[in-house]
Every structure is written in structure tokens, then in C-alpha cells.
Design a binder for this molecule. Structure first.
Ligand code: ACO
Length: 411
């Protein structure tokens, strides 16, 4: 099922995805030795580099908790806004704290000078993640003079969380010559995001599903983008710089970029009957199946996937069309049977976002919009007990070379 909203962006997506595939192929080849053998270094796999009280990702048990709350507890009961407070402060908010946070987030939604100017100046061929990265780096918060560092950090985190959806929606609509849509203060963070992208208010189920998807993607320990944010923060650079690093890191196809590619794969497979031959062929060609496998959940399912699978079922039930539920669950069964891999958060997030009407080109940015509370919580935790992050490498290049004047170099 390809809706008109998706069809007009798919052609442009094809060229971009080819480029992403090429980039993934380069990454794959450069992680191996010159003889094409096994990688010598394992990308810090299994290495503990710090303590953190924000999130527990347990790959052995296949569990995830934010600040001690199992993800299932939060997925069934909490909102994205409550989760942001929990991640930043360590406890769920009181009614008064939640009302205050909601009011502050709502008040910060509109873009101020620089970000707005930059978004209107960027050419429309710029990728949404690149526009987001550029706009985020230009953000500044109001009136931080004289504030204590703790409240300044919270202000900056609120500013970032509030403005991410507006940046994404504003640039998407400009890219497609659509008029900008001002944020609606009466809508939740998730519902307002859908509204600003699409121009119509989501149904209750759509708003709740978006909220849940964002909550599930809000935090995940020392993943690559969070680690990048912490490395930047550990130099005592500012929160905007740290989050800009994180956005750049999330973009890659082995991290946040996988949700878009997983959806492309589902659309390419098309029918349940095509699943097994498609997967056989991809595995025979040593291709990675996007949305499967995880650095930490190696021998267990990604706990977030089950909640997104249930959401996919609910969305299909609302429309009465179970095509994507049947397709996605069949792909998951076949990949597990043939390769022993489980779906990660990106796999079921892909059809969920698609059925919510999110254009493919925005999939990675949705991940970014969702992850800002986690990134900013980690930046605050890093500042609170800072140590410069500076690992070592083993030097394997040539040694004892002698400088040769340029005219004598013979090339
Ligand atoms: N499809 C096919 N084979 C896979 C996949 C996959 N998705 N994932 C892992 N494998 C295989 C590898 O080919 C390798 O097999 P080999 O030993 O026969 O060569 C083995 O499993 C181990 O793979 P590694 O790359 O060493 O595992 P690593 O922990 O480095 O990779 C990663 C984790 C990058 C997530 C990987 O599973 C992958 O590329 N998945 C697809 C991309 C994806 O979905 N990314 C989103 C991750 S979740 C997130 O970032 C929010």
C-alpha cells in the first residue's frame, strides 16, 4: 500500500538510498583487514567505559529499563513528556512538575531567528537529517545569564526537545513547497509533531502510537549517537554541540538510518509470498537485513520491538488492513529461522511510522526527535561527573620515515 504522500518522495529517496548503500559497503570493507579477513578491532564491543544511572540495557536477559522502570511499565502507562522528566531527573514527575514541563516545552516549540533563517536558506535537495544537524547547531536558548548551571542545562534540554519536531516539520514542508504549520499548544508533543508534518490533527490512536514509538526510542544507554554526545560534552563543550554530534552519528545506516532502509525493504518485498526468496537471495549475497541484529541484544529479542509490533497490529486493526502486519511478522519469522537474528527497534518502527503517514525521508529524523531526551540526560550526567574521554589506538603505520623535499619525490 503506497499512499500519495509517500509516492512523491520515493523517487528522490532512491538516489539517496543508493548513496547510503554505497556508504555502508565502504564501511563494511574498511572494517576488515587488507586481506578481507575478520576485523581486528571490535568497535568497543563489550567494553564498559563508564557508569550511568540513566538506562540499563541488558543484552543477556533482553531487558531495558529507564531509571529503574522496565520499558514495559513505561510503554503501557507513561507519556513521552513524563519520560523526558524521568530521564533528566531520575524520578517520574508530580502532576505539578509535569504541567510545568509541558508548559515550558510548548512555549519553546516555535523556532527563533537563526534556525528559521538557516532552514529557509538551505537548498531543498539537502537531506532532512543534514538540515536538522545544521539547524540544531544554530540553536541558542533564551536568557541563561545569571542562572545556575543545573537549571541552564535543563533549559537547554527543554529547548532542544521542543524545537526538534518544528525543525523537522518546517524543513520537510519547505522541501515540498508546502506552507509552514505553526505548532499547536493544545496538542501533545507527539501529536503536534504529526500535525506540523501532515497539516491535519492525528486520530487518538495515531497520537498515542506516535507517543509510544517516541518513548521507546527516547533512550538506549551508550549507543553510538549517545556516546558521541558524551564524548563532545566531556570536553566541556556545550549541550548544543554535543547534540549536534549525536545527530550526525545517528544518521548512519548502521544506527538510526536502518528504519528507513527496513521500510524500503518491506515495500520492495511487497507480498508475503516474496519474503522467503527475497531473504534467501539477500543472505546469499551477504547483504545485511536492515532492522535485524543488535550490538547488545545478540541472543535475545530487542524488548522494544514487541511493543511496536503490538502498535502495528493496532494501527492495522483501525484501518482494517493487516497487510503490513502480516508482511512484517513473516519477514521476522523468516530472518530468525534462516539467520537466528531478532528484529531490533527499527524493524517494527518502520511500518508503524509508515502507517502513521510519516514520509520515508523523515524516518531517521523521527528517531532523532525521539532520542533528544536521552542525549540531553547523558550530557547532564557527563557534566555532573566529568572526565575527558580519550581512548588509545595501536599504531600500525610506517615508522622512522625521512622528510624528502617536494622536487625529489619522484611522483
Ligand atoms: N543481516 C544479516 N546478517 C547480520 C545482520 C543483519 N542485519 N546483523 C548481523 N549480521 C551477521 C553479520 O554478518 C555477522 O555474521 P558473520 O559473523 O557470519 O560475518 C554477524 O551477524 C555479527 O555481525 P556484526 O556486524 O559483527 O555485529 P555487530 O554487533 O557489529 O552489528 C549491527 C550490530 C550493526 C546492528 C548489525 O546487526 C547490523 O548491521 N544490523 C542491520 C542494521 C540495523 O538494523 N541497525 C539498527 C541497529 S539498532 C539501532 O541502532 C537503533
Amino acid at each position: 500500500m503506497t499512499t500519495p504522500a509517500h509516492a512523491d518522495t520515493m523517487e528522490a529517496d532512491t538516489a539517496r538510498l543508493r548513496e547510503m548503500d554505497a556508504r555502508a559497503a565502504v564501511i563494511e570493507s574498511t572494517s576488515r583487514g587488507s586481506d578481507g579477513g575478520q576485523p581486528t578491532y571490535e568497535g568497543l564491543s563489550g567494553v564498559v567505559i563508564s557508569a550511568s544511572a540513566i538506562c540499563d540495557v541488558n543484552g543477556e536477559r533482553g531487558t531495558l529499563s529507564y531509571r529503574g522502570y522496565d520499558i514495559g511499565e513505561l510503554a503501557c502507562r507513561a507519556t513521552f513528556e513524563e519520560t523526558a522528566h524521568l530521564l533528566w531527573h531520575g524520578d517520574l514527575p508530580s502532576r505539578q512538575e509535569l504541567d510545568s514541563l509541558t508548559a515550558r516545552l510548548t512555549a519553546e516549540r516555535e523556532l527563533n531567528g537563526a534556525a528559521d533563517l538557516i532552514l529557509s536558506a538551505l537548498p531543498t535537495h539537502v537531506e532532512p537529517m543534514d538540515a536538522l544537524r545544521t539547524a540544531v547547531s544554530s540553536l541558542t536558548c533564551n536568557g541563561t545569564n545569571g542562572q545556575d548551571p543545573g537549571s541552564m542545562q535543563e533549559d537547554q534540554a527543554i529547548c532542544l526537545v521542543a524545537k526538534f519536531p518544528t525543525i523537522v516539520a518546517r524543513f520537510y514542508r519547505r522541501r515540498h513547497s508546502l506552507p509552514p504549520i505553526a505548532p499547536r499548544p493544545d496538542l501533545s508533543h507527539a501529536a503536534n509533531f504529526l500535525y506540523m508534518v501532515q497539516g491535519h490533527e492525528p486520530t487518538t490512536l495515531q497520537a498515542q502510537t506516535m507517543d509510544l514509538a517516541m518513548l521507546l526510542m527516547a533512550e538506549h544507554g551508550f549507543n553510538a549517537s549517545t556516546f558521541a554526545a558524551r564524548v563532545t560534552a566531556a570536553t566541556l563543550s556545550d549541550m548544543y554541540a554535543a547534540v549536534t554530534s549525536a545527530v550526525g552519528t545517528l544518521k548512519g545506516p548502521l544506527h538510526g538510518g536502518a528504519n528507513e532502509q527496513a521500510m524500503r525493504m518491506m515495500l520492495e518485498i511487497g507480498e508475503v509470498a516474496n519474503v522467503a526468496p527475497y531473504i534467501d537471495d539477500a543472505l546469499a549475497r551477504k547483504q545485511r537485513i536492515m532492522g535485524f541484529g543488535h550490538r547488545v541484544y545478540r541472543h535475545s529479542a530487542d524488548p522494544r520491538a514487541a511493543y511496536l509490533r503490538a502498535s502495528l497490529f493496532d494501527l492495522c486493526a483501525e484501518s482494517g488492513d493487516f497487510h503490513f502486519y502480516e508482511l512484517a511478522t513473516t519477514i521476522a519469522e523468516v530472518v530468525h529461522a534462516k539467520k537466528g537474528l531478532y528484529p531490533n527497534v527499527d524493524f517494527y518502527a518502520a511500518p508503524v511510522l509508515y502507517l502513521l503517514g510519516i514520509p520515508l525521508e523523515l524516518f531517521v529524523t523521527v528517531f532523532a526527535v525521539s532520542r533528544v531526551p536521552g542525549w540531553t540526560a547523558h550530557v547532564m550526567e557527563q557534566y555532573a561527573n566529568n572526565k575527558l574521554i580519550r581512548p588509545l589506538s595501536t599504531y600500525v603505520g610506517p615508522e622512522n620515515r625521512v622528510y624528502c623535499p617536494i622536487d625529489d619525490r619522484g611522483h
